[in-house]
Design a binder for this molecule. Structure first.
Ligand SMILES: [Fe+2]
Ligand SMILES: [Fe+2]
Length: 485
């Protein structure tokens, strides 16, 4: 069953064209050009979303919005403004803020590309909505060669591709640069036999899908990850790989689209799953010892730091779901400020930088905070963790050379996980070897509260073998643990 939309706009042309384009995206669309008809349509039908132009007449746009919010409180309404008011201070002016206060779910200001409307609508679809909106193709469509630029695609290992029956989006294999074969259309079913044929007969290793479908991929896989974590029969390794894929694709999406509210919501859902994994998977330490499938991308880096930060915090008595999820979220974005650095610095380690490059590099925590500032879904703890993730316990860090208890414990944990992640990737070491390497670097160990280092060690230990009366070392007093002195 397609998702139903109601478009309300005084322009018949706009209604006609937009309806046509939305139907290509598989929606079922009703159109009306005045407010009275809109109210009648709302009375007779149930809509996934209403797209309403403020300029609608004969019950005005504002009256229709009020009618909806009185009678159908949970109805999603995307309001359209023809033109922004010249004086937004004018009390009568219709501004996006005012419309949101009146109950609009989203506001778009003309002129906008129709793709902006599509993304807006898609962002509000739950997984169930997405599946409901798929066509049920009776038989699988034929393979079809297409010319599409490489930059439009993202990939996933065929072994790690999970899908609904039917698939939520088009799936491709790559022939060569800018040339792909569409092997599945959204709505086709992807039978295990067919998947196997691509793997064994055609030796396909990677499947491709378009970046515009990232949000569907992330929502679906995060949902699946949640289910997998609950399932005792699924191995730890499969769970870690699943969450890694979701987190990396999520980072890719946020780096390309910025931190929009819908993206932040998705990030929080992912952090919840990472928390669940660390909380429930009793043999996780075994996988963490030897897991090696990390690559050098910034997306992978963010995931490693998140996974180890979460695992370290879990060892502290004061840990809680909220602390872990807050820190996990900060971890995903701890280096987002690097996006503002000159390209040449991006992949360099500080020890290989010139003095000028270092000055720039030292600013990335502050840039990160600036980038998320003003987003009221991001709280102060998240900002402080990002700001302080390079402060050293001995006062030699940056940007503020904070020392000891002046540094937020959670930020110091992220800092350790960050250093640790660099050893794993730069030196291509298994985590357990990376730990030994880290412990041999006395000059670096003094950057961290030693209780945190102790707890990194415990991450790799069988939880049953950790002594209950584990005494924390003497400089642990910033940790609010009963056992710390
Ligand atoms: Fe950093
Ligand atoms: Fe980092």
């Amino acid at each position: 069953m397609a998702l139903k939309l109601l478009l309300i706009d005084p322009s018949e042309d706009w209604l006609f064209n937009t309806k046509q384009e939305l139907e290509k995206e598989l929606y079922s669309v009703d159109v009306v050009s005045n407010g009275k008809e809109a109210q009648l349509a709302l009375y007779n039908n149930k809509y996934f979303a209403v797209v309403l132009n403020v300029e609608t007449k004969n019950h005005s746009g504002l009256q229709v919005l009020k009618f909806i919010k009185t009678n159908y409180t949970s109805q999603r309404v995307v309001m359209i403004i023809e033109k922004l008011a010249e004086d937004p201070g004018d009390e009568e002016a219709i501004t996006p803020d005012r419309l949101v206060k009146l109950g609009a779910t989203e506001v778009l200001v003309k002129p906008f590309e129709l793709s902006a409307l599509f993304t807006t609508l898609e962002g509000h679809q739950s997984l169930g909505d997405m599946v409901a909106n798929l066509p049920r193709n009776k038989s699988d469509s034929k393979e079809e060669e297409v010319d599409l630029k490489d930059e439009k695609f993202t990939s996933v290992k065929i072994d790690e591709f999970y899908s609904t029956q039917p698939v939520l989006f088009d799936v491709f294999i790559k022939l060569k640069s800018d040339r792909y074969i569409k092997i599945l259309h959204a709505g086709d079913s992807f039978s295990p036999e067919r998947l196997d044929k691509y793997k064994t007969e055609k030796k396909v290793e990677m499947l491709f899908f378009q970046k515009k479908d990232l949000s569907k991929f992330i929502k679906f896989n995060n949902y699946l990850a949640g289910k997998m974590i609950e399932n005792n029969k699924v191995q730890s390794l499969t769970k870690v790989k699943m969450i890694k894929n979701v987190a990396e694709k999520f980072m890719e999406q946020s780096f390309s689209e910025g931190l929009k509210p819908q993206i932040i919501d998705q990030g929080k859902d992912i952090c919840e799953n990472i928390f669940k994994l660390v909380e429930k998977q009793k043999d996780l330490h075994k996988v963490l010892r030897s897991f090696q499938e990390f690559d050098t991308s910034a997306y992978s880096h963010a995931f490693i730091v998140t996974l180890f930060t979460t695992s370290i915090i879990k060892q502290f008595e004061w840990q809680s779901k909220v602390t872990i999820e807050t820190s996990a979220f900060a971890c995903l974005f701890h280096d987002i400020g690097k996006m503002k650095l000159p390209a040449g610095i991006l992949n360099k380690r500080p020890e290989d930088m010139s003095d000028d490059e270092k000055i720039e590099y030292f600013k990335h925590p502050e840039y990160g905070v600036q980038m998320i500032e003003g987003n009221n879904m991001i709280n102060n703890s998240i900002k402080q963790i990002i700001l302080q993730h390079h402060e050293n316990y001995d006062g030699t860090g940056f940007p503020e050379s904070k020392r000891g208890s002046k540094i937020l414990t959670l930020a110091n944990i992220v800092h350790l996980a960050d250093e640790f992640a660099h050893i794993i990737v730069d030196k291509e070491m298994k985590p357990l070897d990376a730990l030994k390497h880290l412990l041999s670097q006395r000059e670096k160990l003094i950057w961290f509260n030693s209780a945190i280092v102790e707890n990194l060690i415990k991450v790799f230990t069988d939880p049953d073998k950790i002594k209950k009366d584990f005494i924390l070392p003497s400089n642990s007093n910033i940790i609010p643990s009963k056992k710390a002195s």
